[in-house]
Design a protein. Sequence first.
Length: 255
Amino acid sequence: MKSTVFVRADGGGRMGWGHLVRSSALAGKLRGAGWRVVYLVRDSDAAAVRQLKRRFEVIRLRRELGEGSLPSGVAPGAWVILDRYGIGADRQAAIKAAGARLLCIDDLNESRFHADVVVNGHLGAERMKYSADPSTRLLLGGRYALLRPEFHLAPRARKFPASARRVLVTFGGSDPEGLTARICRILKSLSLDLRISAVMGPSASSKRLAPAVKEVRNASARTMRRLMESADAVVCAPGVTCLELARLGVPTAVL
């Protein structure tokens, strides 16, 4: 019988897609190793749920984990992966007390952790001082970055020009502030000979971009790597995209 791992994460709308992207990197590896993966969602929008269902089982929760008993099917000893803000120490302790094993994917270090494992794969995270149970295993720093498989291979050797000509703009799966369109307009107003490409995620608005901007919608991970490697510079938001760009060594402006 396959072991089951439950992943608590949400994405879409104003919260973005970063939690789904990085948790699915781990979930995909587990599925490839023979685990059954079930996502537990509450606030994900329809586009995010559709995307998840292409690869994993999805259950929509009526109440948050740690509020009462565990959902049906989460047996004692099962692994639960949390990649969601707002599930603090008290709820983590309740999940553990109910018999689950707990892995927390973190990037804020805002509370004490009652978990078996805490993963923070951001650069410099190894210098953070975490408050956690004595038995908690801390996996901190870039060596533990949760990258999609398409970014595992080493980048090709490349020299970048002193002045960028090919610029990629990407603000994740939702871009609730409409930064993609605003940055594209600013870049076009510079009167430089720029070739601008912009990636619009599944939950992004349909707002028109500046003229002559190449728009790419719902890019796969393979397409994202190709676009990143062909760019001289990238403008993006903080998060998983920054780690992917760091892996490829592409000059990046983070807003």
